[in-house]
Design a protein around this ligand. Structure first.
Ligand SMILES: Nc1ncnc2c1ncn2[C@@H]1O[C@H](COP(=O)(O)OP(=O)(O)O)[C@@H](O)[C@H]1O
Ligand SMILES: [Mg+2]
Length: 251
């Protein structure tokens, strides 16, 4: 069976220089894979090439065996800023995905309510974004991305704008949602803790130009909880990833 995502010798050169240099890796079906690396190493560019929003200079991306040549259909995306529509309630924001695809929102309402509950936003269905905390807004954005059960979920530092305590809690929330949906996820972060906590596989990128430097399999049982953070294997893996990044002489 073809991998969910196969990145093959992928490179991107901008006028400013090479952002991604010959990256190759695979994401298995239902796998949670994190891309970790210092700021500016090309993580977002790589993710955008997977989504079809940025055209590679060389190499290719296959999504389930098909070469990406334009925006990939059926993709869920979550960005650092939650980008909710301020004049829409939580439920209306979550249902926006259906409307964008020309589908009837009422048909997707039960699923939207289920996701809202799963994300711990029950009771806030009719709230507007300004009535929600940053973490709640981001959870609503995750529900919106998951509404149509995307076969591939791309997340670009989704918790980057949150304070450290909220961020950690969001990690556990995301794991809970993901355990129930098991979408294939490619997750970009520069938090090593977050990557180890959430992932099946961690791909470490080198500082610019971004190359794949190391791949770690995270063999920690799920569900992972706050106690996992002090588990010896967790500490060992996080140290191994950190050593790998520090060996680059950055961060
Ligand atoms: N559209 C663009 N035009 C020119 N340079 C870009 C563009 N997008 C990204 N870059 C450059 O490519 C490099 C990688 O950027 P990015 O993929 O955003 O890194 P990361 O997400 O890891 O922080 C950076 O040096 C950035 O300045
Ligand atoms: Mg980025």
């Amino acid at each position: 069976m073809a991998a969910a995502v196969a990145v093959d010798s992928l490179s991107k050169r901008f006028d400013t220089g090479i952002a991604v240099d010959g990256a190759s890796f695979e994401v298995g079906e239902n796998e949670f894979v994190s891309l970790v690396g210092p700021s500016g190493c090309g993580k977002s560019t790589l993710l955008r090439m997977v989504s079809g929003l940025v055209v590679p200079t060389a190499g290719k991306v296959l999504v389930r065996g098909n070469e990406v040549r334009g925006p990939v259909a059926g993709l869920g995306m979550v960005f650092q800023a939650p980008v909710l529509l301020p004049w829409r309630t939580t439920i209306a924001n979550v249902l926006f995905t259906a409307e964008m695809r020309g589908e009837s929102p009422s048909r997707h309402r039960p699923r939207a309510l289920e996701l809202i509950k799963l994300a711990g936003l029950e009771g806030f269905e009719k709230s507007y974004p300004h009535e929600l905390s940053g973490g709640m807004q981001q959870r609503a954005a995750i529900c919106r991305a998951l509404l149509l059960n995307p076969s591939l979920l791309l997340m670009d530092e989704p918790f980057g704008a949150l304070d450290i305590i909220t961020r950690e809690r969001m990690g556990f929330e995301l794991q809970k949602i993901w355990s129930a949906t098991r979408n294939t996820v490619l997750f970009v972060t520069h938090s090593i803790t977050e990557a180890v906590l959430l992932s099946d596989t961690i791909i470490v990128m080198s500082a610019r130009p971004g190359r794949i430097k190391a791949v770690f399999k995270v063999d920690l049982k799920r569900p992972r909880d706050p106690k996992t953070l002090s588990n010896a294997r967790f500490v060992e893996l996080a140290a191994a990833v950190r050593d790998n990044i520090e060996a680059q002489g950055v961060e």
